[in-house]
Design a protein around this ligand. Sequence first.
Ligand SMILES: [Zn+2]
Length: 272
Amino acid sequence: MFTYIDPSIRERLEEQGKLFQIDVDGVRVPAHHAVTRGPAISLLGPIPLPLKLCDLAINVDWYACVRRTELGKLEEIADELRAQQGQALFATLASSMAVNSVLIVGDPSRWQNPLVRVHSSCLTGDVFGSERCECGPQLASALDKIRQDEQGGMVIYMSGHEGRGIGLWAKAATYLLQDGGEDTYQANRSLGLPDDSRDFSDAGSLLKFFVKDQPFRLLTNNPKKIHDLEKMGITKITRVKHVTGVTDTNRRYLSAKQNWGHELTPEDLDAE
Ligand SMILES: [Zn+2]
């Protein structure tokens, strides 16, 4: 798999305003302008997506988002190969560029205090429906709450956050360690990896672009997430508790999160 957009299509999308970049402060920067401060993000969208998740049906506008630097490197390789007529090699090239997603519900220009979820990708929970964690129900419930909310809001889906930032391969190993008795954080440490290495800076830039300087409500139980966003100057955050999907199979995992600092009460863990 090689991420590639033909340059002529790229230009057309830029002219249409559907491929654009923002700087670290969420300010839109004209195409081809050098971004001087912080990592810039390229966005493709809005792309209408009619979603159907179990009983939930919702129309969202999707934006695909990548780091400008990562995309630039790939485009350089692609341009070189194309110049050498080596386009066939695209089939054998792999690109591991992290593509984050923004799902918008409603009209951001009307937002005053939207409901927001910054969701870390979890293939096993979000896609396979694994009950080792509660990620799948948290994502579906966030979209449902945003759909029902007067203001609407957005989900920022962070693709590089699998296993709190250690990646899917290492996460698979932590599951085997957890089955040997370790908790989710101990298992990361046993692999020589941090408890939580998620980087929320791209989420911060996207929030600055879409929410501007408005206050917003954030669906999370994790104070560290709020702390990380505050460090980026995003301070008008009201935390909204987001407990759902508690089952016998993930109660121990949630209890480890609670001990680590997630704001969960004993009653939350008794639920469902
Ligand atoms: Zn999960």
